[in-house]
Design a binder for this molecule. Sequence first.
Ligand code: SAH
Length: 264
Amino acid sequence: MLESKVYIVGAGPGDPDLITVKGQRILQQADVVLYTDSLVNPELIEQAKPEAKVLKTAGMNLEEIIDVMREEIQQGKSIARVHTGDPAVYGAIFEQMTYLKKLNIAYEIIPGVSSVFASAAAAGIELTIPELTQTLILTRAEGRTPMPDGEKLIDLAKHQASMALFLSATLMKKVVRECLEAGWKESDAVVVVYKASWPDQKVVRATLGTVDEEMRKAGIRKQAMVIISKAADPALLDEEGKYESKLYDKTFTHGYRKGEPANG
Ligand code: SAH
């Protein structure tokens, strides 16, 4: 039995098997299920119990969503509020939480597999290759939502760290321009994943010089993750032995294994 509270559940990127076991249990047991119908896979929502009240939120405003939550919680019901990917990134859960706090409604967040990681998996890349890139920046291009000071793409791109861009597929000309101005090269690798983990997933491998055109050719304008990273270069996979982590290096001693002397 679930408690009467709001469970903010990360649904994962699309494939219904990519929800967590905990998230799935809550989804299957909740009295009320609220979900973003444009982004969460309906196959997942079919797992709600037959008597559950299932509501799509794409056409609702925040006030309406909060009203439903208040009424159902007053009747002792449990609510699963299902968000795409992981709720902590561009999930718009903060505003909901402020209202829930004000109304004294308890809530709990269940993490999910973010589309950034489903996209890296689809593209077959590690985003943190030793000595090449050790930092991942999760961000977006500036559209209607202004970027805070110091967080403009041109500032972040200067780090030359791996960057994963959410909500940016329609802003690629600007993305490319800012990256080049920040010191990236036209030949640097970009991988774009459309609908990662869905049956119609597409992976487009390009460079900063070609990505805008390649995305146009593939017809990708939304639901896409853009990964700009030195680690996204497909040629790296042929460089066996060049980038190896110290963790498995036979001369490296760590808490679980004593290394052998070098040249020994
Ligand atoms: N909380 C979500 C992100 C929501 S914002 C998460 O953790 O994934 C919506 C943006 O996420 C989209 O514009 C797109 O950039 C990205 N996105 C969501 N699902 C995706 C998927 N299956 N494949 C690629 N990108 C996806």
